[in-house]
Ligand binder design. Structure first.
Ligand code: CO8
Length: 263
């Protein structure tokens, strides 16, 4: 797979894991149109790159994951430009959520506004003890426009989401863990290693099973229980027809680790 020569993000690929680093540390990795465009391109390619089985998304430099959408770019937006930027951002976040491969957000510092929003579009979040989360858009006279009003309540519940969105308060990693926004918190120097370890563990599983598990959880949350169960049993039927299912069950019975091919 040929990837572009990106300018605002770094792309690395090793051992089945793609690491994407949003890399504008001078402005705390703020998301401008270029970052949104380059990440969109990278995630579309990752989705069809058979060498990539899992993804880690993080921020460049020591201080930030992403300190939000780029305020200097948005400052002069009119309504049309605002809708376009929000719609491109939402499109990217939908692509991340819908990516066939699991995506771990490794939040290494400030994750504010669009930073919390892009992390929530990933499958789950690991955070450094230095991480800070929040939706401070209310302080700028705007609303979270990259999915925050929708994904945050789904993750932490309606009341907690409203308190964060309506006050603009910033919370630390321990509070984010307590309210269920992040899965685990690590010392800053351990964060990437732990995120990579988990990404590699997922990369060793069957690719079709990973994709269908992810889809059943994500799409199941958007429908009623019975419809979700229909999705689940149909996914089960599909997986019963894969070589990976045969390999997984044969390996169990032969008391050896499975070697999945993704077929
Ligand atoms: N956009 C642009 N530049 C930024 C951003 C940002 N979001 N955040 C930080 N920067 C820049 C600063 O301007 C500064 O640049 P310079 O050195 O040229 O002055 C540099 O990064 C370093 O930042 P600070 O000096 O401010 O660093 P501090 O340690 O003092 O403060 C903070 C760190 C607390 C993170 C502070 O920078 C801050 O409050 N940043 C803004 C946080 C914020 O409000 N984020 C939300 C943005 S809005 C958003 O994300 C909406 C998404 C939906 C968009 C919908 C489309 C229309």
């Amino acid at each position: 797979m040929e990837y572009d020569a990106y300018e605002t993000i770094k792309f690395e690929k090793a051992d089945g894991v793609a690491t994407l680093t949003i890399d504008r540390p001078k402005v705390l990795n703020a998301l401008n149109s270029d970052v949104v465009r380059e990440l969109t391109d990278a995630f579309i390619k990752i989705s069809i790159d058979e060498d990539v089985k899992a993804v880690v998304l993080t921020g460049g430099g020591q201080k930030a994951f992403v300190a939000g959408a780029d305020i200097s770019e948005m400052a002069d937006y009119n309504a049309t430009q605002g809708v376009r930027f929000a719609s491109n951002g939402q499109g990217l976040f939908n692509i991340i959520e819908g990516c066939a491969k699991p995506v771990v957000a490794a939040v290494n510092g400030f994750a504010l506004g669009g930073g919390t929003e892009i992390a929530m579009a990933c499958d789950f979040i690991y955070a450094s003890e230095k991480a800070k989360f929040g939706q401070p858009e209310i302080n700028l006279g705007i609303n979270p426009g990259f999915g925050g009003t929708q994904r945050l309540p789904r993750l932490v519940g309606k009341s907690m989401a409203k308190e964060l969105i309506l006050t603009g308060d910033i919370i630390d990693a321990a509070e984010a863990l307590r309210i269920g926004l992040v899965n685990k918190v690590f010392a800053p120097e351990a964060l990437m290693e732990e995120a990579m370890k988990t990404a590699k563990k997922m990369a060793s599983k069957g690719a079709i099973a990973l994709k269908l598990c992810k889809e059943c959880v994500d799409q199941g949350l958007n429908v009623d229980l019975q419809s979700g169960l229909v999705m689940e049993r149909n996914a089960f039927g599909v997986l019963c027809a894969t070589e990976d299912k045969k390999e997984g069950m044969t390996a169990f019975l032969e008391k050896r680790p499975p070697k999945f091919s993704g077929r």
